[in-house]
Design a protein around this ligand. Structure first.
Ligand code: NAD
Length: 424
């Protein structure tokens, strides 16, 4: 049995949205919930010491009624094993469908993963490249610039994206195919602002939430869970907006910094020691202490299933900006709503990544490239529009922002499905 099954959570959120929208037809709900296809592949790789290892990879293509499937690839070994990893990928692919619909970019939802933890397993860079290239070979027939466009996620970077583009192009008559994947390095057809996009988008959303709630961002305290792409750039941009970082964490532990820290100092400490733990004048704390510490803005930016009902009962922040996907359990949402905590749900708070990925793909398709501010301002407009649309619904229907954002997104996909119809 899978505990805290993310796909079950994603389906519950969909059903809540269907309740609000009056979509009662069970068949339609099942259509919207179920991924179109989940591909599970075997990835045989010869390791540096000559041993053969067989990894498992997935690509879940949830929905393409509004455009090609779109979503990241993660290299991770979640607790719960390979079966859990498959459910996780299915859930993440569904959240991508709702995310692209909410911010209104013409893409669908997909997600992929390889069941491996490159950090804890000490996978060398050459081994990682062989895993990536073989995985790309295995999924090549179902991806493509008009079919399914992957991107980076946990423990994958532009390096892996360039390798996947290279494999795909070689398999397709040795053609230049930058539009098959996003999050690429700039010299491989990447976009300005893509590397910071997710965290920058989170910061834009937090700023919009403070405007709605009348909170002053200047001097507001921030706690970051996770210290990777999404959370670090969220921290950097919130700092630029006047916030003070009072806590951080990574896979090695969590710290609170009573007097606050500069992001550049935290980043230097992490790059020198491999972790934020041990930062001068910080206190090492347990994960639940980090999440429930007093602060204005909490950014869960690591993994799913972090904000449980217990954590929600004890949480003391005013705004939660979900940079990670699925960090809050469905039963925790009503508690946060009751406590009047402004939650910016994942499908909105971390949608900056996919929005700039969309613009990367647009640039690849036209072969012409924009400056940082062109792309960042386009992304900001999508996010603020999505935020305001959902906020109005949350006020009108007196529901939390999770239900409000989901109902905006589900309505858009449902209408596309009705327009297209079913064939054959
Ligand atoms: P990343 O690999 O850059 O960083 C992951 C971070 O999580 C690392 O700092 C790692 O140390 C930390 N971590 C791992 N296990 C942890 C644990 N048990 N406790 C605390 N920290 C832990 O990954 P990322 O791209 O920043 O992704 C983080 C989250 O953001 C994921 O949920 C991902 O789906 C989501 N996200 C990422 C993007 C993107 O563009 N990268 C876009 C949208 C959503």
């Amino acid at each position: 049995m899978i505990i805290n099954d993310p796909f079950e959570h994603a389906t519950r959120q969909l059903n809540d949205a269907c309740d609000i929208l009056g979509i009662d037809d069970k068949g339609v709900r099942q259509y919207l919930a179920t991924p179109n296809r989940v591909l599970r592949v075997k990835i045989p790789v010869v390791m540096d010491d000559g041993r053969l290892r067989v990894f498992t990879g997935f690509r879940s293509q949830h929905n393409n009624d509004r455009g090609p499937y779109k979503g990241g690839l993660r290299y991770l070994d979640p607790k719960g094993g390979i079966e859990y990893a498959e459910r996780e990928v299915m859930a993440l692919s569904a959240w991508m469908t709702w995310k692209t619909a909410l911010v209104n970019v013409p893409l669908g939802g997909g997600k992929g993963a390889v069941y491996v933890n490159p950090k804890t397993e000490n996978i060398s860079s050459k081994e990682l490249e062989r895993i990536t290239r073989r995985f790309a070979f295995e999924i090549a027939e179902i991806i493509g610039p008009k079919k399914d466009i992957p991107a980076p996620d946990v423990y994958t970077t532009g390096t892996e994206m360039a390798e996947i583009m290279d494999v795909y192009g070689k398999l397709n008559n040795k053609t230049w195919q930058p539009g098959v994947i996003t999050g690429k390095p700039l010299n491989m057809g990447g976009s300005q602002a893509r590397s910071v996009a997710t965290g920058l988008g989170t910061a834009y959303c937090v700023r919009q939430a403070t405007k709605k709630t009348g909170m002053d961002l200047h001097g507001a305290s921030v706690i970051l869970q996770g210290f990777g792409n999404a959370s670090t750039f969220a921290g950097e941009y919130l700092e630029k907006m006047g916030c003070i970082i009072k806590g951080a964490s990574d896979s090695r532990g969590s710290i609170l910094i009573a007097d606050g820290a500069k992001m550049s100092d935290l980043e230097r400490h992490k790059s020198e020691t491999g972790t934020v733990v041990g930062f001068p004048n910080s206190e090492k704390v347990a994960t639940d202490q980090l999440l429930t510490a007093k602060c204005d803005i909490l950014i869960p930016g690591a993994l799913e299933n972090q904000i449980t009902t217990d954590i929600a009962e004890n949480i003391k922040c005013k705004i939660i900006g979900e940079a990670a996907n699925g960090p809050t359990l469905p039963d925790a949402d009503p508690i946060l709503f009751e406590k009047n905590i402004q939650v910016i749900p994942d499908i909105l708070a971390n949608a900056g990544g996919v929005t700039i990925s969309y613009y990367e793909w647009v640039q690849n398709n036209m072969g012409y490239y924009w400056e940082f501010d062109d792309v960042a301002s386009k992304m900001e407009a999508h996010l603020i529009h999505g935020f305001d649309e959902a906020f109005d619904i949350s006020m009108e229907k007196k529901v939390d922002m999770r239900r409000a954002t989901m109902s905006v997104a589900v309505k858009r996909v449902y209408e596309a499905f009705k327009t297209r119809g079913i064939w054959p």
